[in-house]
Design a protein around this ligand. Sequence first.
Ligand code: G3H
Length: 537
Amino acid sequence: MKDFESIFPKIDDVPTEFRCKFPIIQNEYLLNGEIKKWQGEYSQVFSPIYIKNGSEYTNHIGSYPMMGETQAYEALDAAVEAYNNGNGEWPAMRVEDRINRIKKFVILMKEQRDEVINLLMWEIGKSHKDSAKEFDRTVEYINDTIDELKNIDRDASKFTISQGIIAQIRRAPLGVVLCMGPFNYPLNETFATLIPALIMGNTIIFKPPRFGVLLHYPLLKAFQEAFPKGVVNTVYGQGEQVITPLMKSGKINVLAFIGTSRVADILKTQHPKPHRLKSILGLEAKNPAIILEDADLDATVKECVLGALSYNGQRCTALKILFVHEKIADDFLNKLSNAVEELISGMPWDKDVDITPLPETGKTEYLSELIKDAEANGAKVINPRGGDFNKSFFFPAILYNVNEKMRVYHEEQFGPIIPVVKYKNIQEPLNYVIDSDFGQQASIFGKNTDQISELIDTLVNQVCRVNINSQCQRGPDNFPFTGRKDSAEGTLSTHDALRAFSIRTLCAAKENGKNKDIIRDILRNEKSDFLSTDFIL
Ligand code: G3H
């Protein structure tokens, strides 16, 4: 604690460009194409960043509507009506026109760049560099999605003739999509499902994550201006009040949710006809690094620090447990401890900052409990300042030697703790992966290609991405991102997400003179939006 006693700034210490006019009272929401004034109760927003005022600290930065069942049903009605069984203006619109609307949204979104980045810093404590990266990556993701859709649509503009049947095969929307992103990437991961869902012609109900609500406020107008009424609707509040009624209505066609498998399971079973619900889920992970005895220690330490501690370890793809061969354990730990102690702690706007305050209420207490439990079972924090904390700030702790009796061996810490396990036999980390409830990614660090290939061949059937001498990560966004077991359902990437939020549907006819005349007439006179050889240029 001593080192971090004065980690939180006074208001005068905050650079002027990052000061917002707090509190921000979000008294509006988007419903059926209208920005409505909220008349009910509010949820309060507290920042992970405390501002020191004399001996007091404040962190209240705003509030947003605390909605209930009534507003949830209003949003649902608007989305159902806008979809209109697939005949609504949006689902029936030509792909090229939908693309133009998305392009308009991007222009309007970019106008809000600074404000969104600022709110990302204040609401979730993400560094300025990473907040800017999150915004820009999202814009790039949308532009790449547009290009992917053009390619998919160009391929679909032709006819197929097989076994005397002539057909045109396209992708069609699914209906009403409920989109809920996570707090750690509240903009990027929400839009990674919302945008593909939207561009494929679905209508949307969108609930921002628990932390990271206000940053979406500046974008409400962009949604309103870019899309027909009812195509995007927002809801805010407790899941039980707003999400449960939506799921129980049976009118949600797709659940796009990034969060815990516990919540995902509850939501899915609330739907009265589960087989009609398609789920695209990004869930927990406990990605291991397996460090072989011939690993290049400097390069491995660098990559493990990045993998375990980027955005304070609050990434689903973070390295959450390290298995190090006993022969190199001491050297590795020395280097790792030095590297962690060199990390820069501070506020999101501080130059080159690595470690920043954590947004989740009670998180530093939870992390301290994990450490206590590990210590009680024989582990030690090996870096001098490891586990020191002050309010929402927590300095990363390297825990060694971790074993299966400890909670941190099994639980996804989702924060700045690096559990290190010493192994002798390679089967030990492999058994960990096999027995784990999760199956997202793994990293192997080493040089021996015989051993690496053997590991690759085992691990690819346990997880969905094996990284060699590289941390785990989602990007680049055109790579498939998914997981096995309790880690995911469905696959996301700029290409795969378009498939996830649509279904293949075709129009077919027996190939005879009369049918050919009918098809020719429809095509020549551009009578159908679906049956068409229009090619997006
Ligand atoms: O929280 C999970 C994110 O999808 C991780 O994404 O690997 O790009 O940081 P990232």
